[in-house]
Design a protein around this ligand. Sequence first.
Ligand code: 5GP
Ligand code: MG
Ligand code: MG
Length: 181
Amino acid sequence: MHKDVDRVLVSREEIHAKCIELGKQITKDYTDRGELPILVGLLNGSVPFMSELMKNIEMDVEIDFMDVSSYEGTQSVGSIRINKDMGTSAAGKSILLVEDIVDTGKTLTEVKRMLANKGAKDVRVVSLLDKPDRRTEDIEADYVGFTIPNEFVIGYGLDYNQKYRNLPYVGILKPEVYEES
Ligand code: 5GP
Ligand code: MG
Ligand code: MG
């Protein structure tokens, strides 16, 4: 375990098992609806989850990415900014947004509104983590890997000041790591 990590909240094995389960469910749901989704990962946090999840979806999906910013350190800055838009048009597409975590729900609310304005046919959300205690917006992910308590987590894509995204598990930082910076 990384020296800055206090404890592991979700292990690598649990995440991999969950990606198999979510991949099956997503494959079934979109097959039943007769739609092929385009997976749109929100950079940078969704990268490890997107990579694992997409390998467990058994249909011809496309992938794309968007970069929106909403957080600095551990505090929300309110609204979001689009740093990188999708490479293809959202119009007429069934979009499955891939997120690392739904916290207040502000990011997803804004991104969904923007994609609807661009004429997306359907926008659903899959998130590795859900922190419902912090929600301020009336929004839920359609697929959730793990519901977690109100703690700041890092790893498996999630950062603290751009660090720890490469950890293969989701963990909680030692308090002294915040206190030092
Ligand atoms: P929301 O807009 O739902 O409040 O926040 C979503 C974004 O905030 C996430 O995609 C993530 O980048 C960041 N975020 C929210 N909670 C956490 C957390 O516990 N740890 C980390 N590292 N980022 C978080
Ligand atoms: Mg994110
Ligand atoms: Mg972040």
